[in-house]
Design a protein around this ligand. Structure first.
Ligand code: OFO
Length: 159
């Protein structure tokens, strides 16, 4: 059975994943309004993934005899200034989530819960990928000139 301390920490992470899901959904709406359908699609998928993470964590908690909770989710930012600004924010946010997951691993380790540490390592690895993907998009945007943004947007539509 999972300890109460770890259960509460995972429930906090569930709230953080749902907040991330809302953040990316709001970014998707912003991009759709700006006419960037590829980015809107990419961000909507990212939003779905974050919700899946919250659900996976909830099911893990339940499997370990814990209780999963959906707590109040804070409002997310509503507007960005440009395509570049959105993806810089995605990158920054993913770095922040990586820190949250690392702290969660530390709590699981302090609680001597090996199964939860093992469960969380998947997220540690996934964060490496997510940071790299977001950094890659930011890098491409920086190198773009002319109509390049249209090509990038078409790429993002393929996700
Ligand atoms: Fe939940 O995966 Fe990144 O944030």
């Amino acid at each position: 059975m999972i300890t109460e301390k770890l259960q509460n920490a995972i429930n906090d992470q569930i709230a953080a994943e749902l907040w991330s899901s809302n953040l990316y959904l709001q970014m998707s709406f912003y991009m759709a309004k700006e006419g960037w359908d590829g980015a809107a699609h990419w961000l909507a998928k990212q939003s779905d993934e974050e919700k899946e993470h919250a659900t996976d964590m909830a099911h893990y908690l339940i499997k370990r005899g814990g209780e999963a909770k959906v707590s109040m989710i804070d409002v997310v930012p509503q507007g960005w200034g440009s395509y570049a600004e959105v993806f810089e924010h995605v990158y920054k946010h993913e770095c922040h989530v990586s820190e949250l997951i690392n702290s969660l691993v530390d709590i699981a380790s302090a609680e001597k819960d090996k199964a939860t540490q093992d469960f969380l390592w998947n997220y540690v690895r996934e964060q490496v990928e997510e940071e790299a993907t977001a950094a890659g998009i930011v890098d491409k945007i920086k190198k773009i000139s002319g109509n390049g943004l249209f090509y990038l947007d078409a790429e993002l539509a393929k996700r």
